[in-house]
Design a protein around this ligand. Structure first.
Ligand code: FAD
Ligand code: FES
Length: 251
């Protein structure tokens, strides 16, 4: 884990509410693994006081990319950054996706801004068969940046299959059954919960990248508990996660 003063290279709009920021952070870039995140101080003042966590979206050479939706104060400030601005970044934090296991097909499931960690993961899965299921409430929330072999779902039917991304997985499951299948998912909790159920019923292994309110980002403040499924204990999302095997946690 490093603290690095990173220089902003570009901030680009992607869709109506989504931004992609590229920063020069050679130290963190050289250590980062897909699924890890950084805790970013978005302002040089004490306002807002807390850092904000963001998945590492891509790493290219000495550069890190973060994809984020404008939610409130912190992300609004981040969205206004300009080339040459400096950001204090803590990272890489947490564990990443486990790609060292055996599988033939990777099924990526992304809900809305949950698409953020997957360009980096996909850069490490070039030799695997990959299917990407991308869902959102409507067309405006569909993010396919860096994805391939894409199937889309929207709740309102404005793009692709009408329904949830988990219903889409059920609908097209013949496309990925046969061989060993590994799901990698990130998105709203309700989506992860439904996907866990689907994967358990179909005997698919599933890793989920989870979210929680966070303060420190590295296991000190105990502010990001995640209940364990089979034991009377809590994991910490920032330290034990954000990626968990879905069967190990209560979503
Ligand atoms: C490990 C991890 C990785 C993340 N990766 C990304 C990412 O790659 N891209 C991205 O856009 N966001 C990501 N998030 C969420 C991101 O941290 C929040 O959107 C951000 O902190 C909001 O800050 P803010 O100051 O703009 O909003 P605030 O002013 O803090 O909150 C504004 C509104 O946003 C809601 N909000 C705050 N935090 C979250 C959250 N975690 N999830 C959903 N709603 C929230 C609040 O409830 C409130 O309604 C991640 C969160 C975690 C824990
Ligand atoms: S954010 Fe402090 S322990 Fe997780």
């Amino acid at each position: 884990m490093l603290t690095e003063i990173a220089e902003v290279v570009t901030v680009k709009k992607y869709g109506s509410n989504t931004n992609l920021i590229k920063v020069h952070a050679p130290g963190i870039a050289s250590k980062a693994e897909p699924g890890q995140f950084c805790n970013i101080k978005v302002s040089e003042t004490n306002f807002p006081l807390l850092r904000r966590p963001f998945s590492i979206c891509e790493v290219k050479g000495e550069h890190l990319f973060f994809m984020f939706d404008i939610q409130g104060e912190g992300t609004s400030i981040l969205g206004c950054k300009k080339k040459g601005d400096k950001l204090n970044i803590l990272g890489p934090l947490g564990n990443g996706f486990n790609t060292g296991i055996e599988f033939d097909t990777a099924v990526i499931v992304a809900g809305g801004i949950g698409a953020a960690p997957f360009p980096f993961l996909l850069s490490r899965l070039k030799k695997k068969k990959v299917i990407c299921l991308v869902g959102g409430r409507s067309e405006a929330q569909i993010i396919t940046y860096g994805m391939k072999n894409i199937y889309i779902s929207t709740d309102d039917g404005s793009n692709g299959f009408k329904g949830t991304v988990v219903q889409l997985a059920e609908r097209i499951k013949d496309k990925f059954t046969g061989g060993k299948v590994q799901f990698f998912a990130c998105g709203p909790n309700a989506m992860l919960k439904a996907l866990k159920q689907f994967c358990m019923e179909n005997n698919f292994s599933c890793q989920v990248s989870t979210e929680s309110a966070m303060a420190c980002g590295f296991g000190i403040c105990q502010g990001c508990p995640m209940p364990a499924a089979n034991e009377e204990k809590y994991y910490l999302v920032c330290k034990d996660g954000p990626v968990f095997n879905a069967k190990d946690i209560i979503l």
